[in-house]
Design a protein around this ligand. Structure first.
Ligand code: C5P
Length: 319
């Protein structure tokens, strides 16, 4: 990958004056940022189409695949001044440009909901990386409350202790490794039924979502309760059997052993608890895009989600 910065010295208002290119090879511009004299910013993102047939383009500008000229060739025209830049500089520009673009409109929110083990966590991480958005796994906030109660050997139905623990949750300090144990997840789904605990955590999650340039949040009630105005809502699901199979493979991959039917029973029980509770039950928002990953690898799920998001971004750019 190479990174090139070009200063285009002209006085044509509709053309960009400063361009940053990410050049994947001599023939392929991956991402481009364009700065215009009036302070507006343009983006182009190129990637493979879902069916792999050809490259698609998203964004406000037309990118050329006819070959990226070398720097000497660009600089031979005195209107241009081009130089090689570092990946770090490019990433910083990209982030800042996105932030200023989103600030001009509003923060961008991607809400991902679904049952345990459907692949929403991995998908959320891929999307946050790709779109350079903040990321919050809201399950960790419920897990942190449960963990605090378990640590102090308090019963999980001690609502006032759970509220205190919820107030103390610091989103910047959620320790995934510490909170990932299966028993903590089970306990989390028990404290998650209490409306007062939910209200405290939802408030923190909303504040997180408001931070520019925006965020990907995954959980059970993001599209329905936490961020009902999210730009994109995805509901990621998979059959209980497939999710149990994935969980078994995960346990076995780290040298553990488990029983398939016990895992399946566990998953079904957790689904019932999450879907059956009175406050903020797990269900797709009416305007959510459904992604069933039963027969889909994570990469395919990522590409499907990316297509949905890029379409929405392109529509918003035109609006
Ligand atoms: O996703 P994860 O397995 O970490 O979530 C643990 C539990 O936390 C879930 O089973 C659910 O009961 C609860 N939760 C919730 N609302 C969210 C995220 C998680 O009720 N937004």
């Amino acid at each position: 990958m190479r990174y090139v910065f070009v200063h285009w010295k002209h006085d044509i208002p509709e053309e960009p004056s400063h361009l940053w290119y990410e050049v994947a090879d001599d023939n392929f511009q991956n991402r481009t940022i364009e700065f215009y004299a009036d302070g507006s910013v343009g983006f182009a993102i190129r990637g493979p189409a879902l069916d792999g047939s050809e490259d698609i383009e998203v964004g406000g500008t037309g990118n050329s695949t006819e070959g990226f000229p070398d720097l000497a060739e660009i600089n031979s025209d005195s209107q241009f001044e081009a130089s090689e830049v570092t990946a770090v500089d490019f990433e910083r520009q990209w982030r800042e440009a996105l932030a200023s673009r989103f600030r001009m409109t509003h923060v961008f929110t991607i809400a991902i909901d679904g049952p345990a083990g459907a692949g929403k966590g991995t998908l959320a991480r891929r999307l946050a990386d790709h779109y350079r958005l903040n990321l919050l796994d809201t399950g960790l906030t419920y897990r942190a409350v449960a963990y605090a109660l378990l640590q102090h050997a308090l019963p999980l139905d001690n609502v006032s202790a759970a509220e205190t623990a919820a107030r103390q949750v610091d989103l910047a300090k959620l320790d995934r490794a510490m909170l990932s144990a299966h028993a903590v997840g089970e306990a989390a789904s028990k404290v998650a039924v209490y409306p007062t605990v939910r209200r405290i955590l939802v408030e923190k999650q909303r504040d997180f979502a408001k931070t520019p340039p925006g965020a990907v949040l995954d959980g059970r009630d993001i599209g329905t309760v936490v961020c009902p105005d999210a730009d994109i809502k995805l509901y990621v699901t998979a059959s209980a059997e497939v999710r149990a199979q994935r969980r078994l493979a995960e346990i076995e991959s780290i040298g553990g052993s488990a029983n398939f039917s016990e895992i399946l029973a566990d998953i079904v029980r957790r689904d019932e608890r999450d879907m059956g509770r009175a406050d903020s039950p797990l269900k797709p928002a009416t305007d959510a895009h459904l992604l069933d990953t039963s027969e889909m690898a994570i990469e395919a799920a990522f590409l499907a989600a990316k297509t949905i998001i890029d379409d929405a971004l392109a529509k918003r750019d035109k609006a």
